[in-house]
Every structure is written in C-alpha cells, then in structure tokens.
Design a binder for this molecule. Structure first.
Ligand code: NAD
Length: 428
C-alpha cells in the first residue's frame, strides 16, 4: 500500500483542488494507522459504480440543449447507497466521486445502515427557469432509474436542489414503477412522504457539533462569535439556530458577497431577505461587501457551509478562529490540514459535522417504509442523540491514537465499513 507518513498527512504533490485526491489523501493516513491490508485498501477506496448520462432538454425558447449528469455509488456494503444530488456549473466526476466516498464514511460514522453515493448535473440553476429545472430533473431521474430505488440507492437534496426537486424525482420514478414509491428519495416535502425536521437536519446536527466542540475548547457559547460561509439550507439554518441560542453571528456570505455586522446580524431578518431576493445583496443593515475575505475574519467559530476547497494551503495561515465546524462537504483541502493543526484550531470535519442530514434522511426512509410518521420532537431528540454519540466516538479515537478529529473520523468510518466488508466476504 502506498501511503504517506501518518503523523504528517501533507504531501506537496497533492493536486490540492481535486476533491477526490483530497479524500484519498486522508483515507491513506487513516488506512495506514488502521493497518488495512492491501486488498481491503483497494476495495474501500474504489467506487463500485459510476454512471454518466446525457440529459437532452427542450429549453423554454424552443431550442434544445444536452446537459451532463452523473451518479456514483461508492460503496454499498452497509446497505442501500445514499447521497444527495447537486446542480452546479462546475460539477465533474471527481467531485461526485469524492462526495460519494464521503457519504460512505459519513453513514458509517453515524451508524445508519446506508452506503455512499452522490449525483450531479452540470448546469447553472440560476440561469434556468423552473420548467427547465423540472425537465432536467425528470430526464436525469429517468436516465439513472435503473440504479436507484429504495433498496439500491436513495438520493437527497444537495447544492441547488431542494424539496421540489425531490418531489419531481419521486414522481418520475413512481410513474416508471406504476405505483407511488416515496422511499426512493429523501428530503421530500412534508405530507408527500417527507419527514418533519429534514430540511433543517444538517443545521441541527451542526449545532450539536458546535456545542460539543465548545466543550472541548472550553469556550462559553454565550459570548461567542461566529462567521458562516453560505446562506443556503445548511449555512442559513445553522446561522438561525445559533442566533436563537444567543450566539453572535457577525458575518454571513453567499456566492455574491459578504454581509458583516460586528455587533451581530439579525439573522431571521437576513434570511427573509434571502428568501425573497435569492441573494444577500441589497440587505440594508450592516456592511455588504462583495470582496471581503470572510474566512480570515476574527471569530471564535468558523462554519464553512458553501462549497469545496475554501480553506487551502494558501489561506489557512490567515484564519483567526478557535473552532471550525464544516457544514459543507470538502471545504478544507488536505494541504490545509497540518496548517490548521499547527494553529491549534479544533476542526470538526465534514463527514462528522454535517451528518445530521443523512441521519434524518434515514429517519425519513424508515417512516416511508412503515407508512407511519413521527412528530418533530421525536426526530430532533433522536438526531441529537445520534450526533452526540458519533462526536464522542470520534473524539475518543483522537485520544487513543493521538490524531486530529479528521483523521479520527476517517478511521471511524473506514474501520466500520472495513469490518463489514470482511465479515461479508467477497462474492463469488
Ligand atoms: P444551498 O444551495 O442551499 O446553498 C449554498 C449556499 O452557498 C448559497 O448561499 C450559495 O450562494 C453559497 N455559495 C456557493 N458558492 C459559494 C462561494 N464560492 N462562496 C460563498 N458562498 C457560496 O446548498 P446547501 O444544501 O446549503 O449545501 C451547502 C454545502 O453543504 C454543500 O457542500 C453540500 O454538499 C453540503 N451539505 C448539504 C446537506 C444538505 O442537507 N443540504 C447535507 C450535508 C452537506
């Protein structure tokens, strides 16, 4: 097995902005400490199935266009594959591969019986009409329908997809099956097979991690300051939940710019503005700046909740926070890890921090299959329990193996999937 020095998970030759390489870099470090044998190493790092599809669509102006889409199933050893679908102009197979692998480790860390998958369609949702997005969604679903299903692979929302997109996926799949199959997808609207609390689940899971991380760093949340990158489902929800418990959110950003108020932003008002205008731009209170370097602002807790490759070798040294809780998938490159360690920043990694979404997706899948729905309190109480337990398991490993939270989280995920792979054995 070719791996790097486990105590120093940096290598200058890592293609820093390739998310799959970034995933593999951490995988190698964890695999070496776990002592994975060569065979298991090869099995666990290799995606099981990759489907690329062409999505031809009639545009509103009568022309037609072909969009590219992917569905990658990384590992199904623990159960049906699970993972979101993102619509983004930059998505490519390496990004989807990395996201699928992260889902495998994430599901194992929170101990839900799912494997890892992810999907993506290369498109610019902000330049498309609702009708065009619906047609892309339905054709994409039809193209991947042979490999998805409640017992095979269950998609969910991710960047620029939402409850409406999930409802279209469910409807399209159901039309093909000739009966309604709610459990083919999670993150659906409530009443259509969706679960209470799913929409804010990733944010709620992050809140548990913020609380646990504050305990580790002996930080009193009552006087703490937070900076959030991203004002979408994940960023907007965690900003709101922290605001509700009295934490001062001094800055939040979206793809258009950064909104800052040193005294603390009125987050519910900010989010109403975003809901109405689809952007932070134009919000009147505080300073709005399209060029501000949000990540290097002084704060206690930084919550990157937008996209990959934000904290890198180039800017990690400039960060001025005590804790990072990763709402986004892959916001930190492998090259930045040792710099954050050297600054004694406590990082709750993506595969643990943002797992709340998949936990409640699992609850939704269970409810759909039972045809019996829980109330919001049940969902939130069970979610908090799962997240606390996962955090403690990972923290315990940091102490046992003298590694940071990211390496410990990878070890936790890989160890579980590895154990089950060995127990199942190889077919034939
Ligand atoms: P979203 O589409 O609801 O919101 C994305 C937000 O990020 C928007 O505010 C957008 O303007 C902003 N953004 C995009 N690029 C940016 C950039 N370069 N700089 C600053 N802001 C930028 O997406 P989401 O569902 O909130 O997902 C955000 C991240 O969280 C993604 O990495 C996603 O994979 C991850 N995630 C989402 C879920 C979920 O349940 N939705 C679960 C786990 C992880």
């Amino acid at each position: 097995m070719t791996v790097t020095d486990a105590t120093n998970p940096v290598a200058t030759d890592v293609p820093e902005h390739n998310p799959f390489e970034s995933m593999l870099k951490r995988f190698d470090v964890a695999a070496e400490i776990l002592g994975l044998d060569d065979g298991l190493y090869e099995i666990l790092k290799t995606p099981e199935k990759e489907l690329k599809v062409a999505i031809p669509i009639r545009m509103d102006d009568g022309s037609s266009k072909v969009f590219a889409g992917w569905r990658v199933q990384h590992n199904s050893c623990m159960g049906p594959c699970k993972g979101g679908i993102r619509y983004s102009p930059h998505v490519d197979v390496d990004e989807v591969r990395a996201l699928a692998a992260w889902m495998t480790w994430k599901c194992a860390i929170v101990q839900v019986p799912f494997g890892g998958a992810k999907g993506g369609v290369r498109c610019s949702p902000r330049d498309l009409s609702l009708g065009e997005i619906e047609r892309i969604t339905r054709r994409y679903t039809a193209e991947i329908s042979d490999i998805i299903g409640p017992d095979r692979d269950v998609p969910a929302p991710d960047m620029y997809t939402n409850e409406q997109v999930m409802a279209w996926i469910m409807d399209t799949y159901s039309m093909h099956q000739r009966h309604t199959v709610t459990s083919v997808v999670t993150g659906k609207p409530w009443g259509l097979g969706g679960s209470q609390g799913r929409k804010e689940a990733t944010g709620r899971g992050l809140l548990t991690c913020v609380r646990e991380a504050a305990k580790v760093k002996k930080l009193d949340l009552a006087g703490a300051t937070v900076v959030v990158q991203g004002a979408g489902n994940v960023g907007g929800t965690i900003a709101r939940l922290l605001h509700e418990v009295g934490v001062k959110v001094k800055a939040i950003s979206d793809i258009d710019g950064t909104l800052i108020h040193e005294g603390g932003l009125d987050i519910p008002k900010v989010l109403k503005h975003v809901e109405r205008n689809k952007t932070l731009a134009g919000y009147k209170e505080g300073d709005y700046n399209s060029g501000e370097d949000l990540l290097s602002m002084e704060c206690d807790i930084l919550i990157p909740s937008a996209t990959e490759n934000q904290i890198t070798r180039a800017n990690a040294e400039r960060l001025r926070c005590q804790i990072i809780v990763e709402g986004a998938n892959g916001p930190t490159t492998a090259g930045a890890d040792p710099i954050l360690d050297s600054k004694d920043i406590f990082v709750v990694p993506d595969i643990l921090a943002n797992a709340g979404g998949v936990v409640v997706s699992y609850f939704e899948w269970c409810q759909d299959r039972m045809g019996y729905f829980w109330d919001k309190r049940d969902v939130n109480v069970r979610l908090a329990k799962v997240m606390q337990k996962a955090f403690k398991n990972v923290l315990r490993r940091t102490k046992t193996y003298k590694v940071n939270m990211r390496v410990a989280a990878y070890m936790e995920g890989i160890d579980r999937v590895g154990y089950h792979t060995k127990m199942r054995g190889l077919y034939p």
